[in-house]
Every structure is written in C-alpha cells, then in structure tokens.
Design a protein around this ligand. Sequence first.
Ligand code: SF4
Length: 338
Amino acid sequence: MSDGTTPHRKKRIFSGMQPSGEAHLGNYLGALKRWVDMQDEYDCIWCIVDDHAITSGTDPRELPGNVFDLAVSFLAVGLDPERAIIFVQSDVHEHTELAWLFNAVTPVGDLERMTQYKDKASRVESVPAGILNYPILQAADILVYKADAVPVGEDQRQHLELARDVARKFNAAYGDTFPEPAALIGDAGRIRGLDGDAKMSKSIGNTVGILAELDEVWARVRTAVTDPQRVRRTDPGRPEVCNVFSLHKFFSDEETVEDVATQCRAATRGCVECKKILAENIAAAFAPFRERAAHYRAHPEEVKRILDEGAEKARAIASATMAEVRRKMGLRWRDALG
Ligand code: SF4
C-alpha cells in the first residue's frame, strides 16, 4: 500500500523476443540480463513473439522448436514465472486482433517512414505487407496489456514512438483507452558482433549461444576482431576501441578489466591470451544457465505448463482490453437490437 488507502500498483512493462532458437550473447546483454533484473521492480510480461517471426519467412518446420528453445533460454537465464508472465504470442489471439483494429488509426505514411521497414524492403523484390505492418503488431503487443513502459534497445525506439502515436490516435478517435508507454532505454549500448559488425546476430554467425560450453565459446571468441592497430604482439593496444575489451566489461571482474586495459596498453599481454581470459569468464557466467537449461530440456512438460499458465494470465488481461476496445469501436452489432 502506498499511503494506507490506495493500493500501489507496480508499473507494468512488456517486451518480446523473436524465436530463432537458443538465445545468444547479444540477446542476453541487450535484453535478457536486464529483464531478469527488472522482475522485482516491475509487473513484467515477457513474450516469445512467433507471430512476428513469420514476417521473416521462418520455416514452419523449425518454428515450434525455436519457440521451445527460446523458452528454455528465458527460464535458464532466470526469467521467473512466479514473478512475471511468460508466454507465446500466438497463444493469445488478442494481439493480432488488436493489430487489425489499429489499422484503422495508423497512416501508411507513418509505417513507410520506419527505418527498419526501409532497410528490409530495400533487400527484397516483393515486400510482404507484414514487414510494413510489423510495428502495428508491436503496438498491439504493448497496448493490449496497457503497459506503462517498454524496455527497448536504441534500434526499437522508433517503433515505440509509433506505438505511442497509435495510442494517442486511438484515444482521440474513440476515447481515453491506452496509456502512452514510455521507453526504458538500457545502458548496455550497442552490442557489436564478434566480427566487429554493427549488430550481433545468429544469422550473421558473429555471436555465441548462451548455453555454449567453454570449447564453443573459445572457438567463437578466438575469431573476434581486436584493435586493428595492434598488428604485432609488441604493438601497444587501445582497449577503448577493442570489442573484446567491451565484452570483458560485462563478464570480467573490475580488477581483471583494469589489468586487461593496462597490459593491452603496455603490450605485455597478447590478444590471444586476453581472449582466452574472456572466453573462460563468459563460459563461467553461462554455467548456471547450462545447468538450468538441462533441467528444462529433461522436463519439457514443465516448460509447456509454464507457457500455458503464462498465456492464461496474459489472456485474462488482453481479453478485458479487447472487450473495451470492441465496445468503443462499435463492434457490438447486438446492441442495435436493443
Ligand atoms: Fe583487445 Fe585484449 Fe588485444 Fe587489447 S589485448 S587489443 S583488449 S584483445
């Protein structure tokens, strides 16, 4: 209770992740790590967004397995069904239903202006409507729960702005219904790929799975690009421009991070040794994840139960919103019968 009379409601947040199998380092540093920490402070809803995945032409034979693997990753890193709602988007049809209704208040021009749309559309000959409409479904994902805020990376800020616009336009047309969700931008910054690419992604192959053993982590980390000016071992390096050093800051303790920087500048430690330390620290940080994942893989019925219960809780909130939306939009023909 906040003042003895008014019940204090935690702020509700929603976030989703597309299922492409086991989560990777970029998913972990850019989102999951933060989501785990948010679970005490917020009323959290974590969603596996398989309805979004179909817009990128996912193979239907692989999609169910990818959903399961991502659910295992969610649980392995510490997303907690006791403290948060964890579910699969396609289990709650209200998302797609609300997205359709939001078509009524979303100008095509706003969708065409989205940077991600322009980027994706430039790479295909025939643009599926789903790529254009993707942000409308994202708006529905968030607003169907009347979420107060959304933890997003910088690259999703524009889509969240659109969701806020959709809420505003809907409220103006049909009466006050949705809050305008705020952006909770993380401080992890942009997580560059191990190859130095701007984005860490499984499809590019410049990352490592969060359930990887040391051998696999090392196989990936040893290929990571470093300071391009450090050609020979005797060349002093610049940790501030080295991606390996950025990753040390996430996975190594303060003393090690300082030591890595000092030895890099003084050229007293080679890049191979520096990467080995990083690989060991990453694999050690992943060890509890691997243990929990092994448990859930051995008990798939437990994962199913968690997702079923999550979907039920999500549906209870979403269906109440939809009843209100349908009423406000006049989608109740029986009322005409008196
Ligand atoms: Fe990067 Fe480490 Fe090599 Fe320095 S020693 S350039 S921090 S990999």
